[in-house]
Write a protein that binds this ligand. Structure first.
Ligand SMILES: [Cu+2]
Length: 171
C-alpha cells in the first residue's frame, strides 16, 4: 500500500518537472546569471574601497578583503577606540605572499621608535598605514598584487597580532 502511494508521488513529480513551466524558469535563471557575470567583470576594473575599524578590544571589524589581481584599493584604517595610542595604537600591515607574520610581529616589538615597523623586514611589506591613536584615521592607496592568492595583514602593535589579523584574497 505504502509502496503504491510512493510510486504515484514519484510519477506526478516526474510529470510536473517535464512541464512547460519548468523550462521557462530555467531560461530566466540563465539570463540572471549572465547579468551577474557582467557586473562582476565591470567591478574588477573599478577601484575597491575598504574601511577597516580597529577598537580598544584589539579587534579589526573585518578579517577578509576580496580583490581582483592588480585592482586599485583605497583602504582606510580608523581607530574607533578611546585608549591612548601608547597603550592601544593600531596599524594595518599587508604582507607579501608567504611571509612569516609571527616572526615579523616578534621583530616589530623591538621597533617602538619606528612605530613597530621593523626596518630590517620592510621588504616583507606590500602596504601599510602608520600607527594610529584614538579617533585617528588614515587612507592608503595601493594595488592588489598581480599574483592570485592569500595575503595576510596584521596590526603590529605589541600583543595585537594574535587577535588583529586577516587575509586579502586576490583572484
Ligand atoms: Cu592594534
Amino acid at each position: 500500500m505504502t509502496k503504491q502511494i510512493l510510486s504515484v508521488l514519484a510519477l506526478s513529480f516526474l510529470l510536473s518537472s517535464c512541464g512547460g513551466g519548468e523550462s521557462k524558469a530555467t531560461e530566466e535563471t540563465v539570463s540572471e546569471e549572465e547579468v551577474v557575470v557582467e557586473e562582476l567583470a565591470t567591478d574588477e576594473n573599478e577601484p575597491l574601497t575598504v574601511l577597516i575599524e580597529a577598537n580598544d578590544q584589539m579587534k579589526y571589524n573585518l578579517s577578509r578583503i576580496d580583490a581582483s589581481a592588480g585592482q586599485e584599493i583605497t583602504l582606510t584604517l580608523k581607530n574607533v577606540g578611546e585608549m591612548p595610542k601608547a597603550s592601544m595604537g593600531h596599524n594595518f600591515i599587508l604582507f607579501q605572499k608567504g611571509v612569516d607574520v609571527q616572526a615579523f610581529a616578534m621583530e616589530a616589538m623591538n621597533a617602538k621608535e619606528t612605530d613597530y615597523l621593523p626596518s630590517s623586514l620592510m621588504s616583507d611589506v606590500l602596504a601599510h598605514t602608520s600607527l594610529l591613536g584614538p579617533g585617528e584615521e588614515e587612507t592608503i592607496l595601493f594595488n592588489a598584487p598581480d599574483e592570485a592568492g592569500p595575503y595576510k595583514f596584521i596590526c603590529s602593535f605589541p600583543g595585537h597580532f594574535a587577535s588583529m589579523q586577516g587575509i586579502l584574497f586576490v583572484q
